[in-house]
Design a protein around this ligand. Structure first.
Ligand SMILES: [Zn+2]
Length: 420
């Protein structure tokens, strides 16, 4: 018995024992290169894609997954999420949720949302703050530890902003309570310290809010953020709508402009020339009607909705690189968080962006912005096996992404098609 146990232990711990999964894929969609290939075999071993091709032999003993009637795509990426945040509808101040939701509750909400959007096909999230006291960093740790199935999380830690975070007109008696989820940083030196603080706590992206108040970040301040983050190999994402602050962000060479609702054609061209991504968070009108002005942070829905479509149309025409980012922070009865994230597809369609380019923004482009493109964001040998599949062609109708019924993350199958 002892010998048998020892032999079994040796077998289980031997590197050669790794279970190979072979996926028979009807069509593999390749957003990075714009094509698709029929009747492919994808071999997955140790969490990675070992081989892909029409003539790849399936090794004896491999678990075979039959997706021969499905379209297989790289796993989806949302480059602008706030998994721990649900805004309180009905015109409540933006700060309301600071007062009655602890960091622990926020973390549990984030874990719940992250787990649910993985089931829908989002295998990677870039979560850009508003996560209380680094709650999303702990969600990342819990998922990375294997305690829960969830997407790969790249989180920003606390948002860095000039004094006041995204609050306005808080009476002095209340104190700077926005520091629950913002770091006030009002000089290049303070910005460097804030960047280092977030990196210390595990941030994989630095998020700044540049223009929430009449005062806004200078070129020198933004350059300090870029310099400090880039030396640690981390990109900088800047929330900014318009004007001088936007000019400064482009000039400072940030990695992405978040929102950019009032971007001019000239600014879009400069972003294109400098390789700066637009993460447009292109809100559908129905969502804006729920969130309203978010306590004065956003323009009125009737103004903002057409502006977003116009800006997205121009960005696409000019050829700025775009990564899909939703900024979903609302709930709707009977609909999942992922349902709401997929609502953004309609805005992209209305703006005239073809399905292949939308899918590219959700996969390989986003992976490049997140600096994970050597690990994920496309399907190829050596990359992490982040795969989704659906029973209809997303390049024919991008809304078919809503039908995703197979999800694999880092080689682990977390959702399988129902057998009818
Ligand atoms: Zn946001």
């Amino acid at each position: 018995m002892k010998t048998l146990c020892a032999a079994l232990l040796l077998l289980l711990t031997s590197p050669s024992f790794a279970q190979v999964v072979a996926i028979r894929a009807g069509t593999v969609v390749d957003p990075a290169h714009g094509g698709s290939a029929k009747d492919q075999v994808i071999l997955v071993e140790n969490g990675k894609i070992k081989a892909i091709g029409a003539g790849v032999a399936i090794p004896a003993g491999a678990e075979v997954i039959d997706l021969s009637h499905e379209w297989v795509s790289p796993g989806l990426i949302d480059a602008h999420s706030h998994m721990t945040l649900t805004e309180i509808a009905g015109g409540a101040p933006f700060e309301s949720f600071y007062l009655n939701q602890s960091s622990t509750l926020r973390g549990l909400r984030g874990l719940h949302n992250a787990a649910s959007v993985l089931q829908a096909g989002f295998t990677t999230l870039r979560d850009v703050g508003n996560s209380a006291e680094w709650a999303m960093s702990d969600v990342r740790r819990a998922i990375d530890s294997g305690w829960f199935d969830g997407p790969t999380i790249i989180d920003s830690g606390k948002i860095i902003a000039p004094f006041g975070g995204q609050s306005r007109d808080i009476p002095p008696r209340q104190g700077p309570f926005w520091q629950f989820e913002y770091i006030d940083a009002d000089s290049p030196a303070e910005i460097r310290k804030a960047v280092r603080t977030n990196i210390y706590y595990g941030a994989g992206v630095i998020k700044l809010v540049a223009d929430n108040n009449p005062y806004h970040y200078s070129i020198e301040e933004l350059r300090a953020a870029v310099d400090e983050a880039h030396r640690a190999g981390i990109p900088v994402a800047v929330h900014v709508y318009a004007g001088d602050a936007l000019e400064n962000a482009i000039e400072a060479g940030v990695d992405s402009i978040e929102h950019g609702f009032d971007l001019t054609d000239a600014q879009l061209k400069r972003m294109k020339d400098k390789g700066i991504f637009l993460v447009g968070t292109d809100f559908p009108r129905a969502h804006l009607d729920i969130v309203g002005t978010s306590g004065g942070i956003l323009p009125e829905p009737a103004v903002l909705a057409p502006k977003i479509i116009d800006r997205l149309t121009r960005a696409h025409r000019i050829g700025v690189r775009m990564a899909f980012g939703t900024d979903t922070v609302i709930d709707m009865p009977g609909r999942t968080r992922a349902d709401l994230m997929f609502d953004y597809l309609a805005v992209w369609r209305v703006a005239g962006v073809p399905p292949i380019e939308i899918l590219r923004a959700m996969t390989s482009n986003a992976a490049e912005l997140l600096r994970v493109n050597k690990q994920r964001g496309s399907i190829g040998a050596g990359l992490s096996a982040d795969l989704v599949a659906m029973p209809a062609d997303p390049l024919n109708d991008i809304e078919n992404l809503r039908k995703i019924d197979f999800v694999m993350k880092n080689g682990k199958i977390v959702r399988r098609p129902q057998i009818h």
